[in-house]
Write a protein that binds this ligand. Structure first.
Ligand code: CA
Length: 238
């Protein structure tokens, strides 16, 4: 059996070190990150069996990370850690999709038991461990890790830049992304760079994934502002 792969999102080095050490002792493979941004990046690229998520993080906080992870994969088990003990934080965490909750300081034994219990339960309803890496919209399925997509036109290999663009759109589903933001996220170039590359890429995305590339429902132009990805398909947003 392959050892379960856990994502630990914790910004306090002392706590993280202890948890990583003990989880590895239990035979788990652990990826540790310190920010919500890193957590989301990793979760898009890799498959995890369980996420252990600190609530109070620099940058985007645990609640927001949890909401985004949940949207991306409704079955990924998430345990939330918090230093707060107020009822409202606990409820908020559960509302955005955490499956379990531990208030710091917690006992290590209790923590390990919860991890073990959750992994055991999740095995029952997660037979396909590849599902988390795949992203579906319309009649398309994109596998960011393997850099390929299944579409109505057949299987398409994706380039590194295409994967980066798709990941950016998926992470910001429903949000309008400025041209400058997309250029920075995908190409890493200065936002004031004049380039047609971006528009050409959008044309290509539509050709791959849109039922009718001439009237897109997924990769929408937001006039004067940029582009917006719509997972469910929207024809009045352009
Ligand atoms: Ca923290």
């Amino acid at each position: 059996m392959i050892e379960p792969h856990l994502l630990l999102v914790e910004d306090e080095p002392g706590i993280a070190r202890g948890l990583v050490f003990n989880l590895e002792e239990e035979g788990y493979r652990v990826t540790h990150v310190e920010t919500g941004e890193e957590a989301l990046d990793r979760a898009w690229d890799e498959y995890f069996d369980l996420v252990i998520l600190d609530l109070m993080l620099p940058g985007i906080d645990g609640t927001e990370v949890c909401r985004k992870l949940r949207k991306h994969d409704s079955r990924l088990p998430i345990i939330m850690l918090t230093a707060k003990c107020e009822e409202k934080d606990r409820i908020e965490g559960l509302e955005v999709g955490a499956d379990d909750y531990l208030t710091k300081p917690f006992s290590l034994d209790e923590f390990l038991l919860r991890v073990k219990g959750m992994l055991r339960r999740s095995e029952w309803y997660r037979p396909d461990s590849g599902a988390a890496r795949r992203y579906q919209f319309g009649s398309n399925e994109v596998n960011l890790k393997d850099q390929k997509a299944r579409t109505e036109k057949g299987e398409i290999p994706l380039t590194e830049l295409e994967v980066r663009m798709l990941r950016t759109f998926f992470q910001h589903e429903g949000e309008t992304l400025s041209r400058a933001g997309l250029l920075t996220a995908v190409w890493g170039v200065a936002p004031d760079t004049e380039t047609r590359t971006l528009d050409n890429f959008i044309v290509r995305m539509r050709k791959y994934f849109e039922p009718d590339p001439a009237s897109p429902v997924h990769f929408l132009t937001v006039r004067g502002r940029g582009y917006r990805f719509c997972r469910d398909g929207d024809d009045d947003g352009s």
